[in-house]
Design a protein around this ligand. Sequence first.
Ligand code: G3I
Length: 379
Amino acid sequence: MGFVHQAISALRIILNPSIRKSSINPQSSFNESTIVAALLSITLAACGSDGSPGPSGPSPQPPASSDTLRAAASAQGRLLGTAVQSSFLSNGQYDAVAGREFSYLTAEYEMKWNSLEPSPGADTFGAGDAIVAYAMSRGQRVKGHTLVWHGSTPSWLNSLPQAEFRNAFERHIRTVMGHYQGRIHAWDVVNEAIADDGSGLRDTVYRQKLGDTYIADAFRLARAADPQARLFYNDYGGEGMSAKAGRIYDLVSDLISKGVPIDGVGLQMHVSANNRPSDDSIAANMRRLAGLGLTIHISEMDVRIAGLPGTEQMRLDAQKAAFHDIVRVCVLEPRCEAITFWGFTDAHTWLTGDTPLLFNQQYAAKPAYTGVLDALRGK
Ligand code: G3I
């Protein structure tokens, strides 16, 4: 039983009038208010820095070494994540880093609709199950990514008439979340629904077939399918205070005002070391979202450097500074719960032709790794 449960159970005893009189020695220096204060401090210590409960799910096993990103993040009450692919987990070098440095795994593509249901009704959970099993065996949590995204729509869906489209949409969310129920810390329920210029919703097949309410529909279906999972809206280009960020804020504010169950926003953070939102702009945007009571995740971070002028060392130093400064913004925002990198080795990145991650192609830590570790340690 964790600290929080012990403290709450003890509080119930102390505050229960029928028990209270007999169980506390009036002469003791530990009078009732002292005990309550102590228990409350224990409870808060077990929660995030702002007193919000720490991430739900299995408590992570203590890492073998305290000198890891995972340990440093845990000391800050943060989850530290990476995108993974199931086929890489059997590679010794990949497994060693993925299992040691991270507490939070996201399936880079194997839990998306086109991977899970390549043909109608043909649910293929094997790869996603392998990632979840790997995470559970290492005391890591899992981010479900992503239920509704125009970038991973199965080809057979697009031609369905509206009624059949809606049936497939509802079946997908219920079936996938039902399959993973209780094993997913948070789901990216809807991904990238806002137009890049912030003018409004993208004109995706979901909007065309289901109307603008498809986003609210997805979140309501998700909450019903797995009440334990945190439900996120995830997007790129809205990390700092931009037009798109403003539109994302308006979207989630509207959802909240209508009682739609949403718990957080994922800021993808695909940035370039020399072209990115400022730290202050990211902090202001996070603060604005936190003001809605939402949890924030940096959900897909990588830092491009291929186009930077100068020497390779200068590029690596600029990358280190960008990782450090952005991670520090999250550490300083109490409601920024998790930082996930979109992969961890340059050997496997969607950004072919660049080296945007923390480890090089030979799995050696780059200066960016030290930048992240320093930021997590408050340096
Ligand atoms: O691994 C298989 C391989 O066995 C097969 O032969 C090949 C051809 O079918 O496909 C390979 O899988 C590909 C996978 O990337 C691994 O390379 C998938 O087809 C391909 O669709 C997949 O692309 C992913 C993309 O999302 C679309 O799902 C990328 O890995 C992934 O990095 C990218 O991630 C997105 C986020 O989900 C949302 N935000 C933007 C981000 C970057 O585009």
